[in-house]
Design a protein around this ligand. Structure first.
Ligand SMILES: [Zn+2]
Length: 138
């Protein structure tokens, strides 16, 4: 993605996510550090020679929670006390972690959702008004 000169901003990240269905981050050309946050400066070496990096979409579930007291945006989609949703922290196979929706799991039975489980990116239903990466069990 070296030819891509889009600004390293949340707006660019969201456009990749919603329009191109890609999960991207930034890679430091000086030290190779990857970050899922679209920033113009490397958090490791403070260098400013950054490039976009597309993640593979493979990840593992690090931690999660199932939410039944939901924000208005999720209530409008039918989530709530009787229909919780799952969100968590995933560790990408490239190493960085990020927060994401966890879909394709039964949030009413969190005891059946296992940390460490293999996940794959699924952006089929990403909401353009509230873009969040989503992963489902592999
Ligand atoms: Zn760096």
């Amino acid at each position: 993605m070296a030819e891509d000169n889009r600004a390293f901003t949340a707006a660019s990240f969201n456009a990749y996510l919603t329009q191109e269905k890609k999960l991207v981050g930034v890679r430091c050309r000086a030290c190779g550090t990857l970050s899922p946050q679209p920033r113009p400066m490397c958090h490791a070496c403070h260098g400013r020679d950054m490039e976009w990096h597309e993640f593979s979409g493979m990840a593992r579930l690090s931690t999660f929670t199932c939410i039944s007291i939901v924000p208005v945006s999720m209530s409008k989609k039918g989530y709530g006390r009787d229909n919780p949703y799952c969100t968590g922290i995933v560790t990408l196979e490239e190493g960085p972690r990020l927060s994401a929706r966890i879909i394709g799991v039964d949030a009413r039975n969190p005891q059946d959702i296992k940390t460490g489980m293999e996940l794959v990116l699924d952006l089929a239903e990403v909401d353009p008004d509230n873009p969040t990466p989503a992963f489902r069990p592999k």
